[in-house]
Design a protein around this ligand. Structure first.
Ligand SMILES: [Zn+2]
Length: 150
């Protein structure tokens, strides 16, 4: 089992894709090989009218399977949110774990599957934003004891 740590990667991501280069992992790895990538992004993306994603960071653990790469994400993020009681902006921290599979060796995706692209890269920004957007709470509170508007 191979579980090295690869380059720290900070970028300013507006909405462009955030890709990890998995060429070495694919070429050198055997089925069952694992590798951890550290990911980090600063951004400014409106998730909805009340939530702006400011940053995320974490790890993506890759496992090489026969026909795909399994990617297990552990992500912490910070979103600027409006408190449902006092209506003030505050920084909300979230933590998420999720996974995705990237199909190896196919040019055209079927349905909503994700692919390892022809440059041996996988796009992780889209899935990460998707999960963070799902994680927006119905009634965010700046703190549990928030007394509301005074
Ligand atoms: Zn509040």
């Amino acid at each position: 089992m191979d579980s090295r740590l690869r380059g720290n990667d900070t970028r300013n991501m507006k909405q462009e894709p955030y890709k990890l280069d998995v060429k070495d992992f694919l070429v050198k790895g055997d089925i069952g090989s694992r590798e951890v990538f550290v990911v980090k992004a600063k951004l400014d993306i409106e998730l909805d009218e009340e939530n702006v994603l400011k940053s995320y960071e974490g790890e993506v653990k890759l496992t090489l399977l026969e026909n795909e790469i399994l990617a297990e994400f552990s992500i912490n993020y910070i979103a600027e949110t409006i408190c449902a009681r006092c209506l003030k902006k505050y920084k909300r921290e979230g933590r998420l774990s999720f996974d995705r599979e990237y199909v190896i060796g196919r040019r055209v995706a079927e349905g909503d599957e994700l692919l390892v692209d022809k440059e041996f890269k996988i796009e992780i920004g889209g899935p990460t934003l998707e999960e963070i957007a799902f994680d927006v709470p119905m009634k965010p509170l700046c703190k549990e004891s928030c007394k509301g508007i005074k």
